[in-house]
Design a protein around this ligand. Structure first.
Ligand code: GYE
Length: 332
């Protein structure tokens, strides 16, 4: 027994020596140290981020980077600029570098099976964070950490139903959707539609993508305003598009929050400020602070421990009054 243990220790030491040797000779390549499938204690995580499209995303990136540091995990961070092909490339490169774990926030839901199979064959565990994939084969990833976007859409719809409960007039709604094909766009649309369809007075008169950005939100809202003189409500799938739309509404000489009621999702600082200022009427929170839980999951997965296949983030909602109270202590 003892002999076996010392043999293991020796093997470990040799492996360690090989690893440090590798990192020295790796010199200029930077960041190779620690990779190599667990020859070193430092966990190396390859993380493929969606992009930098919104305040939410910036806060999420910061959370992931800071928590990796705090957890002693070496992070190889890659920004996909909202393009799936960039994410596939990044994941392939993580596989080639033999990172210990891959985490990514899939820009769209479909089309991941081939690259996820490559990771599986290379025995590199994958954790989905923030957004889901629609793969039937759930053995392709260990866990999915993030919000329930259908629930968020439902919460947005419930506020609207309550707001107009005493009126039988038609309520004309325009919708700014998130990135086409993304889980939050699909689900926030579906959850909202499910709740409002209970009453025929709610009519979605226009619905288009604003790609989760402020610039696109403004541009699409300008077009909505031109072709629809009678808009009562805007439902934007994130704060940034709502903020862009506010500029368009003001530009058209209307008062956001009054002439056109606005519901958004996220609750980032700028959105909360607009809510406190009366320009937005209601925000459904979606937390970007996924970093600490992600690092926790990564450590367990690398250690071969069982982890829950789904971890849902806890979230709330904000009215204008609640936003005023919450703003001073808001982290993002
Ligand atoms: O709501 C939006 C961002 O995937 C939950 O992506 C995330 C969404 C978030 O661009 O602001």
């Amino acid at each position: 027994m003892l002999r076996r243990i010392s043999a293991l220790v020796l093997a470990g030491l040799t492996a360690f020596a090989v690893a440090s040797c590798g990192s020295e000779s790796g010199g200029g390549t930077g960041g190779d140290a620690g990779a190599g499938g667990g020859t070193d204690d430092t966990i190396v995580m390859g993380f493929s981020q969606v992009g930098a499209e919104s305040g939410w995303r910036t806060a999420n990136t910061k959370s992931v980077q800071e928590s990796a540091k705090a957890a002693g995990i070496e992070l190889k961070f890659s920004d996909a600029q909202q393009r799936q092909e960039n994410q596939i490339k990044a994941i392939r490169s993580f596989i080639q570098q033999r990172v210990d774990v891959i985490a990514f926030s899939p820009v769209v839901e479909s089309g991941w099976d081939p690259v996820l199979n490559e990771a599986k064959n290379a025995k590199i565990p994958v954790i989905l964070t923030d957004r889901a994939v629609d793969s039937q084969d759930t053995s392709l990833y260990k866990s999915f950490l993030g919000s329930d976007f259908i629930e968020e859409g439902k919460k947005a719809g419930q506020w609207l139903v309550e707001e107009y409960k005493d009126s039988s007039d038609t309520v004309n709604i325009v919708e700014l959707q998130g990135t086409t094909g993304s889980a939050p766009a699909n689900d926030r649309k579906a959850g909202f539609a499910e709740v409002i369809q209970a009453d025929a007075k709610f009519k979605i008169i226009a619905s288009q993508t604003g790609d989760f950005t402020r610039a696109k939100g403004k541009e699409v809202m300008e077009a909505f305003l031109k072709s629809n003189p009678d808009i009562d409500v805007l439902y934007a799938h994130n704060d940034d598009m709502g903020l862009g739309a506010i500029e368009a509404i003001e530009g058209a000489g209307k008062v956001p929050g009054k002439d056109i009621k606005i519901i958004t999702v996220d609750a980032v600082k700028d959105g909360m400020q607009a809510l406190a200022d009366g320009k937005i009427n209601y925000i459904v929170e979606c937390s970007p602070l996924l970093g600490p839980q992600l690092m926790d999951l990564a450590k367990k997965v690398v250690a071969g421990e069982e982890v829950p296949t789904r971890v849902v983030t806890e979230e709330t909602t904000f009215t204008q009054e609640q936003a005023k109270e919450a703003l001073p202590s808001r982290q993002y």
